[in-house]
Design a protein around this ligand. Structure first.
Ligand SMILES: N[C@@H](CCC(=O)N[C@@H](CS)C(=O)NCC(=O)O)C(=O)O
Length: 210
């Protein structure tokens, strides 16, 4: 059995949880919640970066980060399912990096606003991060990814990463992305409808709010 260390709200961990579900690997993976705010504990021994997701393999090896976890899960399921092979591979991985980059920048902005009183916010830094988020959202809005139904019913790594980024923006940034990205709303809604694991992995806060 593979152990997936993650947290209920982690957008990167959610990528691995959705990947396991769409690949039919849930029986082979046990989720073990990790507290990423702790300053010591097992996660530190399993991953010196103390980040989630971290996969613990039966041979004792730890695997991270989320992009490598998706590669491993895809290989376990036979390969070529959520990570395209051939020419499409690099494009899918680049789009996954773009989507993860939205989450990375949104988290950077969150850290600044969460950790300091408003009068001490570094607004230049926040605007810089927000610019990354807005430009990348616009790129996905202008050239939408295919929906999972258009890719044999299984979302690829880019689609999974983008859905998790949008879910993170809904959770932590008031869903502001919805104001200027109508095509992305359509894409998101199709993903939610076509991939039940999306709603099954909603953060507890979102469930309480619904
Ligand atoms: N690039 C990494 C990012 C992982 C990451 O930053 N995870 C966050 C949770 S959303 C974390 O573990 N934060 C704890 C920390 O940085 O100490 C991935 O794709 O897995």
């Amino acid at each position: 059995m593979i152990i997936l260390r993650t947290s209920p709200t982690s957008p990167y961990g959610r990528k691995a949880r959705i990947a396991a579900a769409v690949l039919g690997l849930e029986d082979q993976i046990k989720v073990d919640w990790a507290d990423t705010r702790a300053s010591e504990g097992s996660l530190y021994e399993q991953n010196p970066l103390a980040k989630v997701p971290t996969l613990l393999l039966e041979n004792g090896e730890s695997v991270y980060d989320s992009r490598v976890a998706l590669e491993l899960l895809d290989a376990l399921a036979g390969g070529g399912k959520i990570i395209p092979t051939g020419e499409a591979r690099i494009s899918a991985l680049t789009k996954q990096a773009m989507a993860d980059g939205i989450t990375d920048a949104a988290i950077q902005a969150q850290i600044e606003t969460r950790n300091h009183p408003e009068e001490h916010w570094n607004t230049v830094w926040i605007e810089r991060q927000q610019g990354k988020v807005n430009r990348t959202l616009k790129a996905f809005n202008d050239q939408p990814l295919p929906t999972p139904a258009q890719t044999n019913g299984i979302p690829d790594c880019a689609q999974i990463a983008l859905a998790c980024s949008l879910g993170y923006l809904d959770l932590r940034a008031n869903g502001d992305w919805r104001r200027e990205n109508p095509e992305l709303i359509c894409w998101h809604d199709a993903f939610v409808e076509q991939v039940p694991a999306y709603n099954e992995t909603l953060a507890p806060e979102m469930l309480e709010g619904s």
